[in-house]
Ligand binder design. Structure first.
Ligand code: ATP
Length: 285
């Protein structure tokens, strides 16, 4: 069984719009220890069993990853993929991309392909811009559409994730972007050296997400979750990716657990998590 960890974006800047219609981004991605569980077994054909609320057909990124790798490697065997979702769906935490990366790494072993990660990257990029990040994990600066990666020094931090139990489509959020929201990469530069040696307070002071303002205007609970995290003692709070999940930075993991207890509210899901300095995809113990 594999654990596939979620991510948060400590920085997300939209630099502009490209000729191909996508936005040019610069983002600092951070793996966190809230994970989906994925089981891969040998089988004649490719098949997927998923958790309720997530499509189990060709729309599922985990199944698409398996199909794409099977074609690229000319494999004739199949696999039975079982997904146990823990990461909320369409939440800005990259859950589908994490599952896809886990399937690529897991099938690379099951099918004895021995492809290096750089070769898996070609399949990964075709599936989604966040997938190459999850093949590595830790902390990384991503540019372009998010697919060009530079590893950054990480550190263990305690975070609190808060999700309002509604989904937000990434495409819908990017459709709300206007040129007034463009920035020039200066926020990412403040974390350019990575997290190593930085106190939680300094990390909290560097947080930035160019999509947050428009997201809060469209979905007021996002603003309320941020305010609640700050009121409960978080050093800083930010929406992750295209939302709606918000995360708060704590002084330590124990402090994150305290904040989570203070936030326990019927309408929200809350987790105290640690940032991961190592791989996002790990064999489960
Ligand atoms: P990102 O921030 O990368 O856009 P996200 O966390 O906001 O990711 P996902 O959880 O990856 O979003 O889901 C986005 C959409 O993809 C949902 O509409 C969902 O139905 C679909 N989907 C396909 N495969 C998966 C999967 N394995 N897990 C979750 N959602 C999936």
């Amino acid at each position: 069984m594999l654990n596939a960890a979620a991510k948060v974006n400590l920085i997300l800047e939209v630099l502009g719009k490209r000729d191909d219609g996508y936005h040019e981004l610069v983002t600092v991605m951070q793996a966190v220890d809230l994970s989906d569980r994925i089981t891969l077994e040998d089988a004649e054909v490719l098949e997927l069993a998923s958790s309720p609320g997530v499509p189990a057909d060709g729309r599922n990124l985990a199944l698409r990853a398996a199909t794409a790798l099977r074609e690229a490697a000319g494999v004739t065997r199949g696999a039975r993929i079982t997904l146990d979702k823990r990461i909320p769906v369409a939440a800005g935490l990259g859950g589908g991309s994490a599952d896809a990366a886990a399937v690529l790494l897991g099938l690379n072993r099951l099918w004895r392909l021995r492809w290096p990660v750089a070769r898996l990257d070609e399949v990964a990029t075709g599936l989604g811009m966040d997938v190459p990040f999850f093949l590595r994990g830790g902390t990384a600066l991503a540019t372009g559409r998010g697919e060009r990666l530079e590893p950054l020094r990480g550190r263990s931090l305690g975070l609190v994730l808060v999700n309002p139990r509604f989904a937000v489509s990434t495409a819908e959020m990017y459709a709300r972007v206007t040129p007034a929201m463009y920035t020039d990469g200066r926020h990412a530069k403040t974390l350019g050296g990575g997290l190593g040696g930085r106190s939680p307070a300094r990390v909290a002071a560097s947080l930035y997400n160019g999509l947050q303002e428009v997201a809060v205007a469209a979905y007021p609970p996002i603003g309320r979750m941020r305010a609640a995290l700050l009121a409960a003692g978080a050093l800083g709070a930010l929406m992750s990716g295209s939302g709606p999940t918000v995360f708060g930075v704590a002084r330590s993991f124990e402090h994150a657990r305290q904040i989570r207890r203070r936030l326990t509210r019927g309408a929200w899901d809350c987790w105290a998590v640690r940032t991961l300095t190592g791989p996002a995809i790990r064999m489960a113990r």
